[in-house]
Structures are given as structure tokens and as C-alpha cells.
Write a protein that binds this ligand. Structure first.
Ligand code: SF4
Length: 66
């Protein structure tokens, strides 16, 4: 799994950070998402998928590699 975010479209809602705090963070300055781990494994990967579903701006994109 590889994660790509469209940071410029993030609305800072923070759902991703609550669901997957090892993968996403919110920047102290502008409150927008920061990607901590672009290629999570195991349970963290599942949390990242959940975050992508919950993100109100739909800016978290999960790319699965074959
Ligand atoms: S859930 Fe989406 S909109 Fe909210 S902080 Fe995370 S990436 Fe940004």
C-alpha cells in the first residue's frame, strides 16, 4: 500500500489523525494533514484505509501495488 494525500484540499477535520495516528498527523502551524508513514503495514494499513473512507474532503488516496 502506498498513500498519497492532496494536502491543499485538506480541511483539517482531523478524522485521519484520530483513526490512524501512526500514519497521519496535523501540522502545528496550519492544522492540515501531514503524512508520517506513506507505506504502512498490517493493522496500520487497515487504519489508513478507514481514515481514507472517513476523510470528509476525500483527499486520502490509497494506492495498492500488485
Ligand atoms: S480527515 Fe481528511 S480533511 Fe481531515 S485532516 Fe485528515 S486528510 Fe485532512
Amino acid at each position: 500500500m502506498r498513500i498519497r494525500i492532496e494536502r491543499e484540499r485538506c480541511v483539517g477535520a482531523g478524522q485521519c489523525v484520530r483513526v490512524a495516528p501512526a500514519v497521519f498527523d496535523q501540522a502545528d502551524d496550519d492544522g492540515l494533514v501531514r503524512l508520517i508513514e506513506a507505506a504502512p503495514q498490517g493493522p496500520e494499513a487497515e487504519r489508513a484505509r478507514k481514515a481514507a473512507q472517513l476523510c470528509p474532503a476525500q483527499v486520502i488516496h490509497i494506492e495498492d501495488q500488485g
